[in-house]
Design a binder for this molecule. Structure first.
Ligand code: PHE
Ligand code: FE
Length: 280
């Protein structure tokens, strides 16, 4: 069926997935039969490299939940992951052909359905891929959906997205998604750790985000984050740090309407703009 084209970032390239397979809600069946042995091998090699990097860099909740994804030698079947995920937090994975527009995306999240791209990158894209594939979506995002507090945060984000859409505030809200769910850092008792999926699925950015002296790391603050632009094709120059998932959940409990109102027309921060004065 015909679906709206998906607009994402600055890229002019059309998304690669086959949207003719998708229904009105943009979900499709996971095309498991389409995976080749080479695809399974790509997944196995990505999983192996990335899981080896996690100790000392990934949040403990992520490390603890990773085995719940199941198979590491082959691409998992969503149905099978869902048996465990639904039991843990009442979330479920749904397959999609790739990036989907805002409203269907928010609607799925608000209903505790997490869209996972069902195709995998080519071997040439092993180290870097511009758009999310199954490895990013599954390995990066799904382990923390087993954490009850984080899982509730993602649902609340979906509900907030639908509201933001009505208020013309999606750009501000999407920055919060970017700097938490995709590129968030958390201060744990053992030290700084990554919990954002964009970091956890990247072999280069995982050590960089936690250890490099180059980027600035600011305490997460709603207004600052929602005013900060981001780059989709380089390592981040600014990361925002939380102390716990509970803090993230509590910070986002309030009605954002007055915040959006107050922020409209205020200047934005560049992705790499330094904020020496801002302290926790
Ligand atoms: N509480 C926000 C609102 O009222 C929604 C939101 C929740 C945003 C969670 C981000 C994360 O709009
Ligand atoms: Fe993602």
């Amino acid at each position: 069926m015909a679906v709206e084209p998906v607009v994402y970032g600055a890229s002019e390239r059309p998304p690669r997935g086959d949207y003719a397979r998708a229904g009105a809600d943009y979900t499709c069946a996971q095309n498991y039969a389409a995976y080749t042995e080479a695809d399974h091998d790509t997944y196995r090699r990505l999983y192996e490299r990335q899981s080896r990097l996690l100790p000392g860099l990934a949040s403990q909740a992520f490390i603890d939940a990773l085995p719940s994804l199941g198979e590491r030698d082959r691409i998992p079947r969503f149905e099978e992951v869902n048996e465990r995920l639904y039991q843990a937090t009442r979330w479920e994975l749904v397959a999609v052909p790739g990036l989907i527009p805002e409203v269907p995306f928010f609607t799925l999240l608000a209903n505790r359905k997490f869209p996972v791209t069902d195709w995998i990158r080519t071997p040439e894209e092993f180290d870097y891929i511009v758009e999310p594939d199954i490895f990013h979506d599954l390995f990066g995002h799904v382990p923390l959906l087993f954490n009850p507090v984080f899982a509730d945060y993602v649902q609340r984000y979906g509900q907030g997205g639908l509201k933001a859409h009505g208020l013309g505030a999606c750009e501000m809200l999407s920055r919060l998604y970017w700097y938490t769910i995709e590129f968030g850092l958390i201060r744990e008792s053992e030290g700084l750790r990554a919990y954002g999926a964009g970091i956890l699925s990247s072999s280069g950015e995982l050590p960089y985000s936690v250890q490099s002296p180059e980027p600035q790391r600011l305490p997460l603050q709603l207004a600052r984050t929602m005013r900060t632009r981001y780059k989709i094709d380089t390592f981040q120059q600014t990361y925002f740090v939380i102390d716990s998932f509970q803090q993230l959940f509590d910070m986002t409990a309030a009605d954002f309407s007055p915040i959006y109102q107050a922020l409209k027309g205020q200047p934005e921060f560049a992705a790499n703009e330094r904020e020496e004065a801002l302290t926790a």
